[in-house]
Design a binder for this molecule. Structure first.
Ligand SMILES: [Mg+2]
Length: 382
């Protein structure tokens, strides 16, 4: 079998799909995208495609190493997301060619079902209690929301109080019947992270995500030493070589690699195993589409330390399309009591509605994250 063609489709809300065709008619799907930079990653995918066309898709390990080490300059969000989507498609091809789900090729299931959580509240966290109440009725008991809006490097107690008031309202409304993570989203600098973590501690969040930006990762062990709240990060780390540094430094309790940013299934299985060796849990980041989610689930189902899976049904980013709009086998993704069962079909287990994708591609989205500014006019972290 030889790889014959790489085709990319842009689709609402902000996704890029990759189809890898072979000369034997088996095709695989991937989702190589950086949110807001879809066209940049698309260019990288096609540039890397020069190494792929004519090659045997079964040799995923060699192709991955060629894409990674074959370029003198490597790593980073664009190249690693391009490799991620290609890697997903190669696993999809292998599973379909052999007639088994990808998790079987990775050694088989370690669990029967995977726990997922819901995003609530949007970019500027609001209506948390109402939204949680609605999703609880669907069986979910774990949630995540943004902790703050714009926050200055050192900000007023009023900003701290606004964050605490929201969290307190959620805890008061539901007691200990729910769990929630609070995403600082890289909006919080080290000085305010210390303050917020201390003040949030009585509300016992399940974790705080990106307490500071990953480029300030040296603060993770210091913040962890000052707080009992488990710290999570990893959506903006792109390879085992980056995760190595945070695992060695300590401080994180949960790693959140993104299967569409951190080199795909091949790389994230290794990152999961590295985390396991440090007693660190895995909660793959996934605010993206169905192929990305399927890739996450295949890792979750073989990684003993996988604790929680993000998924984007109804997420505030999904304007114009939702998670399963381009999927034909939607029932396979059904969530019962907040859990998803192992996807039963060969490969990644996602049957893509290519016709619908073609129509979406004809009117491509051009999503950008908002650029926020502080009251003084300076750029704020979003
Ligand atoms: Mg996040």
């Amino acid at each position: 079998m030889k790889i014959s063609r790489l085709t990319t489709y842009h689709a609402a809300p902000r996704w890029l799909f990759l189809k890898v065709d072979t000369d034997e008619g088996v095709a695989g799907w991937g989702e190589p995208v950086v949110e807001g930079r879809a066209r940049t990653v698309e260019a990288a995918v096609h540039e890397l495609g020069d190494y792929l066309v004519g090659k045997d898709p079964a040799r995923i390990n060699d192709l991955w190493q060629t894409l990674y080490r074959g370029g003198f300059y490597r790593g980073g969000p664009v190249l690693m997301s391009a490799i991620a989507g290609i890697d997903q498609a190669l696993w999809d091809i292998k599973g379909k060619a052999l007639g088994v789900p990808v998790y079987q090729l990775l050694g088989g299931l370690v669990r029967e079902q995977m726990k997922t959580y819901r995003w609530v509240g949007g970019d500027r966290p609001a209506e948390l209690v109402e939204q949680i109440r609605g999703y609880r009725a669907l069986g979910f008991d774990t949630f995540k929301f943004n902790g703050t809006e714009e926050l200055r490097l050192v900000d007023s107690p009023r900003a701290v109080d606004a964050a605490l008031t929201r969290v307190a309202a959620v805890r008061e409304a539901f007691g200990d019947a729910i769990d929630f993570g609070v995403d600082f989203h890289g909006r919080v600098g080290a000085p305010m992270a210390r303050v917020l973590l201390r003040e949030l501690e009585p509300y016992r969040p399940l974790f705080v995500e990106e307490p500071v930006l990953p480029e300030q990762a040296e603060h993770y062990p210091r913040l962890a030493a000052a707080s009992a709240i488990p710290l999570a990060a990893g959506e903006r780390m792109y390879s085992r070589f980056e995760f190595k540094r945070v695992l060695e430094a300590g401080g994180l309790s949960i790693l959140q690699p993104d299967l569409s940013h951190a080199g795909g299934i091949s790389e994230c299985v290794k990152i999961a195993a590295m985390a396991e060796a440090y007693d660190v849990a895995l909660a793959p980041h996934c605010p993206l589409g169905p192929v990305a989610l399927a890739a996450c689930l295949h890792v979750d189902f073989v990684a003993h330390n996988a604790m929680l899976q993000e998924q984007s049904i109804g997420i505030h980013y999904n304007q114009g399309a939702d998670l399963l709009d381009y999927v034909l086998n939607r029932d396979d993704f059904s969530c019962e009591d907040g859990h998803i069962r192992a996807l039963p079909r060969p490969g990644l287990g996602v049957e893509i509605d290519e016709e619908r994708l073609r129509r979406a591609h004809a009117d491509p989205p051009d999503w950008r994250n908002p650029v926020w500014r502080h009251a003084d006019g300076s750029v704020a972290e979003w």
